[in-house]
Design a protein around this ligand. Structure first.
Ligand SMILES: [Zn+2]
Length: 200
């Protein structure tokens, strides 16, 4: 019989992405086995993250409490003419890690999805429209999911911004890195062919 506090810890861990029931159980047992080395530092880090992480009121990225707007929004060395629109703050982390983009960001907080009752009023779309008016972007780069909901969201934004004069672009669709044509799914291939590039 697993003691109740350990069972509760397992349940909490099992809700995390990347954890199954078995890995959650292994992690929980390791934590209680080594409280000083594993459990206490994790408890402290959880509390600090809970108290100290906010979303930037301008772009929606993760930022520290007391630092709003965030460092990316206030960095004068970044390109203020282009804003990259993403669904979640985690997408900003991934694009920053790529090092390929040096403009501003705007996280919507999701994507339009009739199935999940996600309508335009639940996303930060109005805030995007206001920023386009106020910050003088010349380009809005949409970095959204490549599924039906992502396409619908992209279409909505293009429509919303039509007439503002701003250029709306999307990420190019290609094959995954280190992957061959034979291993690509039909949708990826259709998009890669549709978005083909000149061969320099
Ligand atoms: Zn920001």
């Amino acid at each position: 019989m697993t003691p109740a506090p350990i069972a509760e810890l397992e349940r909490c861990l099992a809700r995390l992405p990347g954890f199954g029931r078995r890995s959650a159980s292994r992690a929980a047992l390791a934590l209680v086995r080594e409280p000083a080395r594993l459990l206490q530092p994790l408890a402290n880090a959880l509390r600090a993250a809970g108290d100290g992480v906010r979303c930037c009121s301008r772009c929606g990225a993760f930022t520290e409490s007391g630092r709003d707007p965030c460092g990316t929004c206030t960095d004068e060395t970044r390109d203020g003419s282009v804003v990259c629109v993403v669904e979640e703050p985690a997408d900003i982390v991934a694009i920053e890690a790529s090092g390929a983009f040096r403009g501003r960001y705007h996280a919507l907080g999701g994507k339009l999805s009739p199935a999940h009752r996600m309508g335009p009023e639940r996303l930060r779309l109005e805030a995007l429209r206001e920023r386009v008016g106020q910050e003088g972007f010349s380009e809005v780069l949409l970095a959204l999911s490549t599924d039906m909901d992502g396409d619908a969201t992209a279409g909505y934004i293009a429509e919303m911004l039509s007439g503002t004069g701003v250029k709306v672009t999307r990420l190019a669709f290609g094959l995954p890195a280190d992957s061959g044509v034979a291993y690509s799914d039909p949708l990826t291939l259709r998009r890669a062919i549709g978005g083909r590039l000149p061969c320099a």
